[in-house]
Design a protein around this ligand. Sequence first.
Ligand SMILES: Nc1ncnc2c1ncn2[C@@H]1O[C@H](COP(=O)(O)OP(=O)(O)O)[C@@H](O)[C@H]1O
Ligand SMILES: [Mg+2]
Length: 278
Amino acid sequence: MASVTQLNPGRGRAAARAPVAGAGGVAAPLASNDALVLEGVTRAFGALRAVDEVSLTVAAGQKYAILGSNGAGKTTLFNAITGDFPPTEGRIRFFGEDITELPPHERIRKGLRRTYQSSLLFRELTVRDNLFLAVRGVASGRFSFWRARAGSASVSATQELLERARLTHIADELVANLAHGQQRQLEIGMALAGAPRLILFDEPAAGLSPAERRELVALLRSLPAHMSFVIIEHDLDIALAVVEKVTVMHNGRVLKTGTPEQIQNDAQVQAIYMGSHH
Ligand SMILES: Nc1ncnc2c1ncn2[C@@H]1O[C@H](COP(=O)(O)OP(=O)(O)O)[C@@H](O)[C@H]1O
Ligand SMILES: [Mg+2]
């Protein structure tokens, strides 16, 4: 009944080769229509409760935004979800499974990905080679997490990522020569390796020109319907263009959760959040 993959992660090539996304007969336990459920998630650093009893639910396939000014706790919330800085209180469920205690690489194996505020690209390699490394599992996030398909399958998976990230025209360019927006696109492309079920994007639009923002929005809107993502975004217009649900954080806590329209028209949000940006 219980699969070898669950009991013995990392043992044996056959198990390691199983797709992360749940295809291929590896049934996820307690399958759920909710991709991500946070219940009272708290992350303290000494006396500081950087994330303070945050509860929210991201449905499977849902596109979700976290808004909030600098220091609100958005990145710390991502760190709690990925396990980089696990919660000090509260529970995290991923497709019905409690992952609160899992190490980061186990969460990655289950189909959770993230991008970082600071770039983790290989600047002296080409766009294509960066994506190839992600496909091979050596460059997704900070962890080597699975041995991907060998040879030509990796090459075609790399090509698929190039297209999905809208980077085919600069496939053989060195990353060091890319514009800022193209690097953001590449980071998203790398996060897409291995058919993730949910991706956390940490401020992908930061520092982008208006044209680059439009390209980013187009990329985010082109992601598969079944894939969930949570995007940290300062620019409400971008959030409005790509998400169905928004949580606004303030001082580590949830200030408000609602549709983009509800958030945009909320007086408290306007006073606290937009007030600091416009
Ligand atoms: N590793 C850490 N150690 C101590 N304090 C931290 C750490 N990471 C974040 N913080 C603090 O937590 C608060 C929230 O930070 P952060 O989550 O980065 O905010 P945001 O991403 O919303 O700008 C800040 O006061 C920050 O200084
Ligand atoms: Mg941050």
